[in-house]
Design a protein around this ligand. Structure first.
Ligand code: 4NP
Length: 147
């Protein structure tokens, strides 16, 4: 079954494009996109240090461009994945009446990591730590979808 999955973070230049890039590399069968709760980087490619860290692991993010999350995304996708609680709350604030699309934290799919969010590498500068979590959560999500 083909799923439509949207990955969301704050800027849409670090965590969510990396999550989309890692996820689509692991399973090409689904429709994917990413978005930011902010409009700060609309049209920008992923942040160069994140692209470099991802490329070193074999993930090419260069085709991705930032856009802002919008209420219509609740109808376009059947699963929305947030990187942290702020993203999740900002997404939920835009939910249309009667829409029931699930919004989940990405780290829910990697309980073995003990993490309850993906820390923002734009601030922490730990791009590899973010990618470690993203790879674990992408594997867990893929397993969940195969369920
Ligand atoms: P992201 O990281 O949410 O993982 O894309 C950020 C990137 C840029 C900014 C904040 C977070 N910013 O403030 O420009």
């Amino acid at each position: 079954m083909t799923h439509r999955i949207l990955f969301v973070c704050l800027g849409n230049i670090c965590r969510s494009p990396a999550a989309e890039g890692v996820f689509r590399a692991g399973t090409p069968h689904h429709v994917t996109d990413s978005a930011g709760t902010s409009g700060w980087h609309i049209g920008d490619p992923p942040y160069e240090p994140m692209q470099q860290a991802a490329r070193a692991r074999g993930f090419d993010l260069s085709d991705l461009r930032a856009r802002q999350f919008e209420p219509a995304d609740f109808d376009r996708f059947d699963l929305i994945i947030a990187m942290d609680d702020n993203n999740l709350n900002d997404i939920e604030a835009l939910r249309p009446r009667e829409n029931e699309t699930p919004v989940r934290l990405f780290t829910d799919f990697a309980p073995q990591t003990g993490a309850d969010h993906v820390p923002d590498p734009y601030y922490t500068r730990d791009f590899d730590g973010a990618l470690d979590l993203i790879e674990a959560a992408a594997d867990g999500l893929i397993a969940h979808l195969k369920g």
